[in-house]
Design a protein around this ligand. Sequence first.
Ligand code: ARG
Ligand code: ZN
Length: 475
Amino acid sequence: MTPLGRQPARRPTAVLRRGAVLATVPAALAALLGATGPTPAGTAGASGAGDPYFPLSGNGGYHVRHYGLTLRYDTSSRHLDGRAVLSACATQNLSRFDLDLKGLKVTGVTVDGTPAAFRRAGQELVVTPRRTLRAGRDFRVTVTYDGTPKPVTDPDGSADGWIPTDDGAFVAGEPQGAMTWFPANSHPRDKSSYDITVTVPQGRTAVAGGVLLGQRTEHGRTTFHWRETEPTAAYLATVTIGKFKVEQYTTHDGIHVYNAVDPREASAAAPVLKKLPSVLAWESKLFGPYPFRSAGSIVDHAPDVGYALETQTRPLYDSAPDLSTLVHENAHQWFGDSVSLTAWKDIWLNEGFATYAEWLYAEQHGGDSAQKTFDALYARPANDHLWAFPPGDPGSGRNIFDTPVYARGAMTLHALRKAVGDRDFFRILRAWTAGHRGGHGTTAQFTGLAERISGKRLDGLFHTWLFTKGKPNSA
Ligand code: ARG
Ligand code: ZN
């Protein structure tokens, strides 16, 4: 899917063919001249992706196809050396563009090998290439940088980004922390593949998403090379570093599993991680085929973080997860990772679905029925925080990880399931993951799909559960 707002690359030949009849002769001529003539003037790319909750997250004017990150981290001095190579494509005639990067020192920027002018403005790294980049053209940006990465504080007060630990770093990025460790088009509207090469002191392990292509120890340092080929939002990339016990195997379904566990969490984590293959198999049955080739877990010992993150292919936990959390973060691989948001206000598409996966898991594994979980929540009085705002319209970035998004978001799905019946409900979920796989989805697309598959009018239900303030009158 083409993310909203990103213009498909316009190649002049296509313009001529499509526009030949409609365009005036001078316009067609101009298009032809544009293909070969002098560089067009171009305009500056926007400083944000247009998301009102995080106006500076992401950037306009280009799409990043691939990030090649080469990093070196000294766990004692906490110094990071980085080189980022972004393979991008201009979506407008681009005289200038921004990358998101917060903190750190930029020592050089090139565009297609030619040094480019750059300056810092808050979280924007503003790059002016020597020549305007023509719309539709691929280009390559290289940024060298270093310094001591620091986390950002999110509107809800949580730490996000590169979070140092006693033996390395817990590296999460939702919603805006990616910019604390690499220059990026850091909004889920832009998805890319990644190659991440990290060098750390021998004895430490650096874990990213995807497949470990190689690992080499030399002169007291170990280098890990990770590759994720599936489209990934910047917030779902990680390079978590620590002293980890590593376990690798392939599941019956051919998924490569890589688990990295802090020894302090190992005994608590073991019985839960053992269930990963069966959880993935169960989720695949309900949600459709697992969307990636690799899977796993990073279980860190980072007691101050206070949350887990569904990093793509390999969720990241701040301590040994319980089974429900494992189910939740892996459900996100379908809902959030493979099918991504185009705006943070749609966050219930991630958190409501991952929470409902927990309810379904309990229901089908000898725990409470989803109905019982729903009823217990619905019994909460009208002044309970659960009803503080509707999940389809959280109002600001401060609320995106709050209870109404998770719990009332899941209640919305339960209300849908009751309205359409189990058969259509699970058909809707599978059509959603299949139809938007590797791309994006919006709330309106989901509600439209639910109506099409069920053949029912559901606008009242969604209006009540997703968009109406206060406790819904009828369950
Ligand atoms: N998406 C994560 C989850 O599954 C929560 C991330 C919270 N991040 C934050 N900066 N507070 O629940
Ligand atoms: Zn979640």
